[in-house]
Design a protein around this ligand. Structure first.
Ligand SMILES: Nc1ncnc2c1ncn2[C@@H]1O[C@H](COP(=O)(O)OP(=O)(O)OP(=O)(O)O)[C@@H](O)[C@H]1O
Ligand SMILES: [Mg+2]
Length: 347
């Protein structure tokens, strides 16, 4: 059964709307967006009643993707635009305001400061600013967000972060996993497609294996796969990418060797999505599933286990350094081949 539960990346109506839409720098989606209708509506309501909304959750749960969806659907509410500020690659807290100004197109005035120009820009604007991946810059973002909200009464800010900013007026919404099939409760394939996780798996598997379908013969296996992956979109995408070479039964069979399976095929997976967590202290820097996989691998390699706490102390900038020793003992591939992108991944 082929069923597209996902929206097209850009519909023709949306394309026509773009001609009259307020300004924005939102990146176009390269892949379909699945589900989350209630989350989008609730977030839009929260941004109407309040002015600062933070989407929280573990790595790969879908915070950035959801924020982009909310921003896209809200674009018409903001005459002065919807502005996406990607902070994952910004290491220096002093550059947060520069990144925001650059995204919006605010320039340093002659004889003035860029910061003041940004503050004066928000003063009279009705705009939505999306600050994406703030977790490593929480203090700087908290301070700046407070200033911008005070200076611009019509400005709204949508944040994604693994932890809240903890400032006045912040509304926090944890992003839940995608809905997974309840064990033993799948009565038909149509039922199965009511689950967001199954739709995402099917959509992504179809990208790498045209004609891939979920039918009576593999429905139970796909349902189990999505359950085992805890409905975490990143894990589902990475597993689905293996459908080009493996049957769903084989993917499931190899779940015990999950880390190698899920990281071996994606050139474009972001380093932060591949970072092992530290279950011994409850610190999870990537999805629960991924950190669990990392931890299992870590236990199987004393050398890797020894390197973990020290590497983690160095923080996110050392994620590359951390992942490499963790993965090398049980992948016979090099680091560069480990981070191969899977062709359709875009965020
Ligand atoms: N609802 C969805 N529909 C389709 N794809 C999704 C959805 N949610 C997430 N994804 C995909 O899953 C992957 C991980 O999502 P995303 O990057 O938004 O996670 P994140 O929570 O922002 O992670 P991080 O904390 O590392 O930034 C991305 O490739 C994204 O496109
Ligand atoms: Mg993100």
């Amino acid at each position: 059964m082929t069923q597209s539960g996902a929206d097209d990346a850009v519909t023709s109506t949306e394309r026509a709307d773009l001609l009259t839409a307020p300004p924005s720098n939102l990146p176009a989606a390269a892949t379909s967006f699945v589900g989350r209708e209630r989350d989008v509506s609730a977030a839009r309501r929260a941004l109407t009643s309040g002015r600062l909304l933070t989407l929280t959750g573990t790595g790969g749960i879908g915070k950035t993707r959801l924020a982009l969806r909310i921003a896209t659907e809200s674009a018409r509410d903001y005459a002065d635009g919807v502005w996406f500020v990607e902070l994952a690659s910004v290491a220096d807290p002093a550059l947060v305001s520069v990144s925001i100004a650059t995204a919006i197109g605010v320039r340093t005035p002659e004889g003035g400061s860029l910061f003041d120009a940004l503050v004066s820009w928000v003063h009279s604007r009705r705009a939505l600013i999306v600050l994406d991946n703030c977790e490593h810059l929480v203090e700087a973002c908290a301070e700046l967000v407070t200033t911008l909200l005070r200076s611009g009464p019509e400005v709204r800010i949508l944040v994604t972060s693994r932890e809240p900013l903890a400032v006045d007026g912040e509304s926090v919404r944890p992003v839940p996993p995608l809905v997974v099939p309840v064990s033993g409760a799948v009565s038909s394939v149509a039922d199965l497609f009511s689950n967001e996780s199954v739709r995402l798996f099917a959509e992504r598997a179809r990208l790498v294996k045209p004609g891939f379908d979920v039918g009576d013969q593999n429905a139970a296996v796909v349902a189990t796969l999505c359950r085992r992956l805890d409905g975490i979109p990143l894990a589902i995408e990475l597993a689905a990418a293996r459908a080009s070479v493996l049957s769903v039964e084989q993917i499931l069979d190899r779940m015990e060797d999950r880390f190698r399976l899920l990281t071996g095929g994606s050139r474009m997976t972001l380093p932060r999505h591949q970072t092992p967590g530290r279950p011994s202290t409850g610190v999870t820097r990537c999805s629960r599933t991924t950190s669990g996989l990392c931890w299992r691998a870590c236990r199987s390699s004393p050398a890797a286990a020894r390197s973990t706490p020290q590497s983690l102390r160095h923080g996110r900038n050392h994620e590359f350094a951390l992942l490499d020793p963790l993965t090398r003992p049980w992948t016979d591939r090099s680091w560069s081949s480990l981070i191969r992108l899977h062709p359709r991944r875009m965020l």
